[in-house]
Design a binder for this molecule. Sequence first.
Ligand SMILES: O=C[C@H](O)COP(=O)(O)O
Length: 250
Amino acid sequence: MRKKIVAGNWKMNKNLAETNTLLSELTTKLKASSEVEIIVAPTFTNLYSATEVLKSSGITVAAQNMHEAENGAYTGEISADMLKSIGVETVILGHSERRAYFGETDQLLANKVNTALQHEMTIIFCFGEELQDRKSDNHFSIVEQQLKNGLFHITKANWKNVILAYEPVWAIGTGETASPEQAQEMHAFIRKTIANTYDQETADEVSILYGGSVKPNNAQEIFAKTDVDGGLIGGASLDAENFSAIVNAI
Ligand SMILES: O=C[C@H](O)COP(=O)(O)O
């Protein structure tokens, strides 16, 4: 049975004190459950503290990015080994903000995926079309290309370390969310594409999260769709009340 997951991507928000406050609010509000896996992704500077605070909470800590090289002269970058050395085993790769503002290409992401897998990390692999792609009815082919170029070189066995996050760029931080039907249609397409490329078992086992303006008032209807296994939450994950309500909507 594939897992239900709600992940909070805090992006470049919250200093150390604010991070600790939010984490302690979350641990009070959210009880570990076998029904849903909860993941939070604070910024790099607060990851170590987050792993300490969340140690026995059942909440997983993820990084928002990492470099593809093992180590070396890459000023300002963070390696898989550095993350693992502080107990971070999960990493978000391919977020649309990384693609758009930091020039991350499918090829680069394929390399990051390989590095993360070599370190036996769990990857939250993000992808999704832009508004013009949807308007020109190219959204399915764009998503298929992003998956083929960035991820589909992995083996069947590697899929146990992968969570997918479909995030239509036009719905991120805009308040405009994909309708539950649009999310379901795309998630079903993604699962079919995986079944065609790998096999049905692989497609059935992978959790596919939806991301893009998920809020307490729309989470339930999106999560109710058959192929939506949870969400990757941006803005609404910065508030304990909102994030808990979204977790409880699953
Ligand atoms: O990683 C999260 C997504 O970018 C969604 O962000 P949002 O919930 O603020 O639209």
